[in-house]
Design a protein around this ligand. Sequence first.
Ligand code: HEM
Length: 108
Amino acid sequence: TVGDADAGKKVYNKCRACHAVGEGAKNKVGPELNGIIGEKPGSIEDYKYSAGFEEWAADKTAWNEALMTEWLADPRAVVKGTKMAFPGLKKPEDLTNVIAYLASFDAE
Ligand code: HEM
């Protein structure tokens, strides 16, 4: 599926209190997300993940659309003990669109 990055930018308003993207993005409450699609989960430099997330991420090789969709739909069901305090995105189009938006930022 191909999401709409412009529509996804609006969805990302639900994320930006905790996550930065774009030029000069720094870790906040959550890790910065430049280049996150294709990256190994749990690998952002200088970010302290929860033990639950680290355990879950250990055998994951890369964030792809399928894994990201699962995670963002219900983070606390996917990763027991995650500290990402977010209930999840329930609309399928919000999921595909926000993932398209994330995919528009390369790793810096
Ligand atoms: C982790 C995306 C909303 C706080 C993550 C990760 C992704 C992500 C992809 C894993 C990153 C990695 O593997 O390095 C998003 C998106 C959001 C969102 C797209 C909106 C739809 C939020 C909100 C908060 C938050 C609102 C704060 C209230 C965190 C934290 C982690 C995290 C603390 C680390 C999880 C842990 O160590 O257990 N997020 N997030 N996120 N996010 Fe979010």
